[in-house]
Design a protein around this ligand. Structure first.
Ligand SMILES: [Zn+2]
Length: 295
C-alpha cells in the first residue's frame, strides 16, 4: 500500500524558536499530499524532510495568522517554479480571502501553478478528493478559523480463502454482491485524520476528531495558563487529551507550543494530556498513520 504518514514541518505557536519552526504539516496520503498551515520557513523545512512541491495536491489553511500562513507565498511560487502539472486545491476561510490573495501574489515570480481556490464560510463544506473527502468546520478563535477532517470512505477487503472456497476468481470477483459478497469480504473502515487548530473547546473540535485514526491538535498551553488559553481561543494539553479520549482517537499528536515553554517542559505536556501513547511533535518527525482499525 502507498505511504500514509504525517511529516511534521514545524511545531511552534506564534513565535518560532531555535528548536521549533512555525507550523507546517504534510499529510502524505498515497500519491496526493495535503499541506496544512504552512507557516514561515515551510518551503525549507520540506527540503529538510525530503518532501517536494510536486507531491502537493491540497493546501489547507485554518486561518490567516502568520504562524499558519506566512509560508503560502513560498509554496505557491515553488509550485510554479517546479512546473507542477496537476491542480492544487487551496482551502481557506472565505473571511480571509483578502489575506489569501495577498499571500498568493505576494511578490513577482515566474511560472504559474493551477491553483483551484475553495474559500469556505458559514457551517463549512465537504470537498471531494481522489479517494477521500476533506471536511472543513468552523472553530472558535480570535479570527475566522476552520478545522479539517480527511476521511476515506469505508470499504470491504476480500478474503482469498473464501473466494477460493466459492471457486470465484478473475473478473467475477468484481461482480460479487449480496450474501456472497458478505461471505467473501470483511468491512474495511476508512482511515480518518483530523487537524484542529487554533481554537478554544467547542462542539466542532469533537465533531472533527470523532473516531479518527490520527488527531493533530494544538496544545499551546499547560494548565497554569488555562485562563489565557480560553481568553485567546487556544487549547491546553489537558483539553487536547480530553478530546482524544472522548472521541476514541487512536493516535494523538500534540503541537503548536507557546514559545514560553522550553524543552524541560515537554514531559508536562504529555503528563497533562494523559493520553496513552500521545506524541509530542518535534520538527521533522515522521508519524505513520496507525494500522487500520478492524471491525
Ligand atoms: Zn497559531
Amino acid at each position: 500500500m502507498s505511504t500514509r504518514e504525517l511529516i511534521v514541518l514545524g511545531t511552534a505557536g506564534a513565535v518560532p524558536t531555535r528548536r521549533r519552526n512555525h507550523n507546517g504539516y504534510l499529510l502524505r496520503w498515497g500519491g496526493q499530499a495535503i499541506l496544512f498551515d504552512p507557516g514561515e520557513g515551510t518551503q525549507r523545512q520540506m527540503a529538510h524532510a525530503g518532501a517536494s512541491a510536486t507531491e502537493l495536491h491540497w493546501l489547507c489553511v485554518t486561518h490567516f495568522h502568520g504562524d499558519h500562513s506566512l509560508g503560502v507565498p513560498g509554496i505557491v511560487q515553488r509550485l510554479g517554479r517546479d512546473g507542477v502539472p496537476h491542480d492544487v486545491h487551496a482551502v481557506f476561510p472565505a473571511a480571509g480571502a483578502e489575506y489569501w490573495t495577498r499571500l498568493r501574489y505576494a511578490t513577482s515570480y515566474y511560472g504559474s501553478a493551477n491553483i483551484v481556490e475553495h474559500p469556505v464560510d458559514g457551517p463549512g463544506a465537504t470537498l471531494p478528493g481522489d479517494g477521500f473527502t476533506i471536511t472543513a468546520l468552523p472553530l472558535e478563535h480570535s479570527i475566522p478559523t476552520y478545522g479539517y477532517r480527511v476521511a476515506e470512505p469505508d470499504g470491504r477487503t476480500f478474503l482469498p480463502d473464501r473466494l477460493r472456497a466459492h471457486g470465484i476468481s478473475g473478473a467475477a470477483v468484481r461482480e460479487l454482491s449480496g450474501a456472497l459478497l458478505e461471505d467473501c469480504t470483511v468491512p474495511r473502515p476508512g482511515q480518518k485524520v483530523a487537524f484542529v487548530m487554533d481554537t478554544r473547546l467547542c462542539d466542532n473540535v469533537f465533531a472533527l476528531a470523532d473516531g479518527v485514526d490520527m488527531l493533530v491538535i494544538e496544545s499551546t498551553y499547560l494548565d497554569s495558563e488555562l485562563d489565557q488559553a480560553t481568553e485567546r481561543g487556544h487549547l491546553t494539553a489537558r483539553q487536547a487529551g480530553e478530546v482524544a479520549r472522548a472521541c476514541g482517537v487512536k493516535t494523538l499528536v500534540l503541537t503548536h507550543f507557546s514559545e514560553r515553554y522550553g524543552e524541560s517542559d515537554d514531559p508536562l505536556f504529555l503528563d497533562q494530556a494523559g493520553f496513552p501513547g500521545a506524541i509530542l511533535a518535534h520538527d521533522l518527525d515522521r508519524i505513520p498513520l496507525p494500522a487500520r482499525r478492524t471491525r
